[in-house]
Design a binder for this molecule. Structure first.
Ligand SMILES: Nc1nc2c(ncn2[C@@H]2O[C@H](COP(=O)(O)OP(=O)(O)OP(=O)(O)O)[C@@H](O)[C@H]2O)c(=O)[nH]1
Ligand SMILES: [Mg+2]
Length: 267
C-alpha cells in the first residue's frame, strides 16, 4: 500500500496529505494502522531507491520519476506494521534527510555498483543525516543495479521480470563485471567506518558480511532478502518500544492510585 504522506516536523510522525473527499466516505487515515517501526532509504539520486521499494512492495520494475521530498509505504510483517520511507537523493532535498531519519530503527544507505561517486556520497553527504535515528538503529549498505555487473543477478531476471519482458529490455552486457566500479569489499569498509562514526564496537555489532547487500531492483536479485533481513532485525526494537510504552502506562496508572490514596488519608 502506498500513501502520500509528509512529515510532522514537531513529532516526526507521518501526516497524511489532505485530499478532497466526499463526506460519506470514511477517511483512509481512520483505517490506517499505526506503524510500529520506521525504516528509511537514503542515497544519491538515481541509485534506485524508489525502484527497490517498487520491486519489493509491488513485485515490479517500473518507470520512476525522481522523488520529490519523500514517500511512505506501509508493510505488514507478521503482527507488526513497518513504515518504509523513500527519500529524495537530489541535493535540493538534502535538508529533509535528517527529519526523515528521526527515530528510524533501520537505515538503508544505498549506492549504485556502477558509480564509485554514489558510494563516496554516502559518507560525505548522507551519513551525518542519520544522527537523528534511534540509538539502536541498524545500518545496511546496499549496492543496487547488480544486474549491470553481476552475471548471477542477471540470471534471475527471467524469473521475476513482469513489467519489462525480455524482448523489450536491453540485453545484459556480455561481460557484466566490466561495469563494476564498487566492490563488495569497498562497501564493507564503508560499513566498518559507519560503526566507528557511530562509536559502536565492531565485535558486538552486526557483521559487515551480513549487512552489505548487492541488489537489483530490475531483476529482483536479493531484494526480498534485503528487506526481510532488516524486518527480522528490527523486531527486538519493536518489542522494546512496546514494553517501554506498557511501562509508562503502568506508571501513570500507579501514580493516579497513589494520588487518590493520598487525598483519602488527608480527608
Ligand atoms: N539496470 C538497472 N537500472 C535500475 C535499477 N534500479 C533502478 N534503475 C534505474 O535507475 C534510474 C533511477 O531509479 P530510481 O529508483 O528513480 O532512483 P532513486 O534513487 O529513487 O532516485 P531519486 O528519487 O532521484 O533519489 C531509473 O532509470 C531506473 O529504471 C536496477 O537495479 N538496475
Ligand atoms: Mg526516488
Amino acid at each position: 500500500m502506498k500513501v502520500k504522506y509528509t512529515i510532522d516536523r514537531a513529532t516526526s510522525s507521518p501526516v497524511r496529505l489532505k485530499r478532497r473527499r466526499s463526506r460519506s466516505t470514511m477517511p483512509d487515515y481512520a483505517k490506517m494502522k499505526k506503524p510500529d517501526v520506521k525504516l528509511v532509504i537514503l542515497g544519491d539520486m538515481n541509485v534506485g531507491k524508489t525502484s527497490l521499494l517498487h520491486r519489493y512492495m509491488e513485485r515490479k520494475f517500473k518507470d520512476t520519476i525522481s522523488t520529490v521530498g519523500g514517500a511512505f509505504f506501509l508493510k505488514q510483517w507478521g503482527r507488526y506494521n513497518i513504515s518504509i520511507w523513500d527519500t529524495a537523493g537530489r541535493e535540493q532535498f538534502h535538508g529533509l534527510g535528517s527529519m526523515y531519519c528521526r527515530g528510524a530503527s533501520a537505515i538503508l544507505l544505498t549506492y549504485d555498483v556502477t558509480s564509485w561517486q554514489s558510494l563516496a556520497e554516502l559518507e560525505d553527504r548522507f551519513l551525518s543525516l542519520t544522527d537523528t535515528a534511534s540509538d539502536d538503529c541498524i545500518f545496511a549498505v546496499v549496492g543496487n543495479k547488480a544486474d549491470l555487473t553481476d552475471a548471477m543477478a542477471v540470471e534471475q531476471e527471467g524469473e521475476q521480470e513482469e513489467s519489462c519482458p525480455a524482448s523489450v529490455c536491453p540485453t545484459p552486457p556480455a561481460s557484466p563485471s566490466a561495469h563494476k566500479q564498487v566492490h563488495r569489499e569497498d562497501a564493507m569498509a564503508l560499513y566498518r567506518r559507519i560503526l566507528r562514526y557511530k562509536m559502536l564496537d565492531e565485535r558486538t555489532s552486526l557483521p559487515a558480511e551480513s549487512m552489505c547487500f548487492e541488489t537489483s531492483a530490475k531483476t529482483g536479485y536479493n531484494v526480498d532478502q534485503l528487506f526481510e533481513t532488516l524486518f527480522d532485525l528490527v523486531l527486538p526494537s519493536i518489542m522494546k518500544k512496546r514494553d517501554d510504552e506498557k511501562i509508562s502506562t503502568v506508571d501513570l496508572e500507579q501514580s493516579a492510585d497513589v494520588a487518590k490514596a493520598k487525598s483519602h488519608c488527608c480527608s
